[in-house]
Write a protein that binds this ligand. Sequence first.
Ligand code: NAP
Length: 259
Amino acid sequence: MDLGIAGRRALVFGGSKGMGRACAHQLAAEGVKVFLAARTETTLAAAAAEICAATGGAVSYVVADITTDAGRAAALAACPAPDILVNNADGAPPGDFRQWTPSDWHAAIDAMMIGPIDMIRRTVDGMIERRFGRIVNIVSRSVKTPQLELGLSNGARSGLVGFVAGLARQTVRHNVTINNLLPGVFATDAQRHHIEGMLESTGKSFEQLWNERGTSNPAGRYGRPEELGALCAFICSGHAGYICGQNILIDGAAYPGTF
Ligand SMILES: NC(=O)c1ccc[n+]([C@@H]2O[C@H](COP(=O)([O-])OP(=O)(O)OC[C@H]3O[C@@H](n4cnc5c(N)ncnc54)[C@H](OP(=O)(O)O)[C@@H]3O)[C@@H](O)[C@H]2O)c1
């Protein structure tokens, strides 16, 4: 299927690793001009070169931290007027809410709520004027199924999803969609760090926890980043203008409800 987005411009935060990188790869394979944004130049440069070599696409990168005003401005200086925006960054470490201070909460909200909302603020009106826009937020299943040890993520991400629910209803008539992808367990560095953070509280080894999380999923495995990348590319496609304001689980059927 031709996704109908060749020649469009995409700004992909967290595009140097994991699921963001997989989104960038898939978009580049569809002929989209991709700009990767993240904080570390070495991994950005390597990802850009590898995606370029694998897809033959046009891939650039910019060092930019989505949690800062300067980072968001730098990303848009590199890629003014993106047609596609993928909001994505770090989560927050697991823990007990009794130990979290207001500054822990502010850091979580900057990364998972305010950064993405400010990127939407800076880009959505241009998309409306051009009558095409696709905004995808990589969120987490935690907004549907709270992860007990991830209170910072449960709380901050719910703020983003709640905000998007209202705005998406105002943009869709202009062919500008905003959707949230809710991954379950994916085999990425973030997942490895998450498990490392659980070693002490569980007393289990890394290998034991890693295997338990994968095999206890109904699919019997972790998600592959390229599976989410393909979903993202379709949601960004010309065919997906009627899919808007949705929270789309991609979790190997781990969510236990019927709806
Ligand atoms: N993996 C899972 O199972 C899973 C499940 C549910 C939700 N999630 C969430 O999905 C998102 C992506 O996860 P992942 O597994 O793909 O992570 P990952 O492999 O660790 O990649 C994270 C990417 O985001 C970039 N990044 C981090 N902080 C940033 C910031 N402040 N500004 C700009 N870029 C930033 C990283 O590069 P730099 O560090 O160089 O900036 C990297 O490119 C995270 O929010 C994660 O919590 C993951």
